[in-house]
Design a protein around this ligand. Structure first.
Ligand SMILES: Cc1cc2nc3c(=O)[nH]c(=O)nc-3n(C[C@H](O)[C@H](O)[C@H](O)COP(=O)(O)OP(=O)(O)OC[C@H]3O[C@@H](n4cnc5c(N)ncnc54)[C@H](O)[C@@H]3O)c2cc1C
Length: 371
């Protein structure tokens, strides 16, 4: 049976590779000029929370059944990726709350592509496609960034085509379509391109006094470890911008492999607006009093919210079948990856893990339904 797969990112390539193993004829259509989607640009860490309960606590608005599916199938799915020859760089996520593996994303794209077969580039899925179809177009970060005038921190092609096509065939949505995962990046005039998506991310909001351009505090006092709540709060400010202001103690703090001082320096080297002074007043900002600013030297970095992945999207069941509002499955229509809504709602969990597991499940369901 011919199975058309829309998107050659993580979920689409996984679905294609698994479909071919199961005896189907996958045809992978890719809108962009290269395979790999946002997965190719990512840090490649495919992870899960240690316990399912922690996943629930961190992403409380997500669908419990889909969360359980991703949690329970991930370890075996990681072994499957390795069995295809996907190169593992680390067997540790660097985060004590999570377990998983870090892959070389180019090697991962190539290993999956070799099993999936030819990827047809610059070939978006036709809107009137008939026949079995897996939607794996990567959600709609490009549309959200455009609409909210934020930085796009993802591939440029994921603009909601999968969601549009599913809606046209009667699909329901899941999760909040306005919710997204992202990072704060140095704001213009900083130059941020794909190579800077990881290295320029400013992920020390927890150590900083964060204020908007009017000097008002932004976001929670204690952001979540992924800081997705702080990024979303930044996105709601004028121009999606904020100042991260840190003191001498904060500059010495580490977030994973980098110090805060290194992240500030990276913003400066990219041409971002960075102010430094031995006094708070010397920064030239109108700042509220804060015990986060006690010891010189002080630094302030102008950041802007960047959209990596939308968290709302198409509603599916645990077999990756696209569902209507009444809960019935739409025949021959499957979705995986960031096209699927309602997995990480309320927080953030590994998008690569969800794409991997649902990509596998979509292919398996299509094969089972093909008889
Ligand atoms: C800088 C960065 C770092 C990240 N780090 C991590 C990390 O370490 N761990 C983690 O879990 N997640 C990470 N992510 C998120 C991760 O990359 C995504 O969750 C994952 O790629 C989602 O997989 P996907 O297949 O849904 O989308 P993608 O991998 O983006 O693939 C979607 C594909 O669909 C294509 N497409 C769009 N429209 C159409 C159409 N109409 N027809 C055909 N094709 C179409 C796109 O061009 C793209 O190739 C990161 C993302 C970025 C950008």
């Amino acid at each position: 049976m011919r199975l058309v797969i829309a998107g050659a990112g993580m979920a689409g390539l996984v679905a294609g590779a698994r479909a071919r193993q199961l005896g189907l004829e996958p045809v992978v259509l890719e809108k962009g000029s290269r395979p790999g989607g946002s997965m190719l640009l990512s840090s490649g860490v495919v992870w899960r929370h240690r316990e399912l309960d922690e996943f629930r606590v961190e992403c409380p608005a997500g669908d419990p059944a889909l969360q359980r599916l991703v949690h329970e199938r991930l370890d075996e799915a990681l072994d499957w990726l390795e069995s295809l020859g996907a190169p593992v760089l680390e067997r540790d996520t660097g985060n004590p709350r999570t377990v998983g593996r870090r892959f070389d994303t180019l090697g991962l794209t190539e290993a999956l592509g070799e099993t999936a077969g030819e990827v047809h580039l610059r070939r978006p899925v036709p809107g009137d496609h008939e026949g079995p179809l897996v939607l794996a177009t990567g959600g709609f970060p490009a549309s959200v960034a455009e609409r909210l005038r934020l930085i796009l921190r993802a591939n440029p092609w994921s603009a909601g085509d999968g969601l549009w096509l599913a809606r046209r065939r009667g699909a329901a949505t899941a999760g909040d379509l306005d919710e997204f995962y992202g990072r704060n990046l140095p704001a213009a005039p900083a130059h941020v391109d794909e190579e800077g998506f990881v290295g320029l991310a400013q992920v020390y909001g927890r150590f900083a006094l964060v204020v908007n351009l009017a000097g008002e505090r932004v976001g929670p006092d204690e952001p979540s470890w992924s800081e997705v709540d702080l990024v979303q709060a930044t996105a709601r400010q004028p121009w999606g911008r904020a100042w991260y202001v840190v003191d001498g103690r904060a500059l010495l703090e580490r977030v994973r492999e980098r110090t805060v001082a290194e992240m500030v320096a990276a913003a400066e080297e990219a041409g971002g607006e960075v102010r430094r002074s031995d006094t708070i007043e010397g920064l030239g900002l109108d700042l509220p009093a804060s015990d986060k600013l006690a010891e010189p030297p002080f630094a302030a970095v102008l950041v802007q919210a960047a959209v990596t992945q939308t968290l709302g999207g198409i509603r599916v069941d645990e077999r990756a079948r696209v569902l209507r509002e009444d809960g019935a499955a739409i025949e021959g229509l499957y979705a995986a990856g960031a096209d699927v809504g309602g997995i990480a709602s309320g927080g953030w969990s590994s998008g690569l893990a969800a794409a991997l597991v649902l990509g596998l499940v979509a292919a398996e369901t299509a094969a089972a339904e093909a008889g």
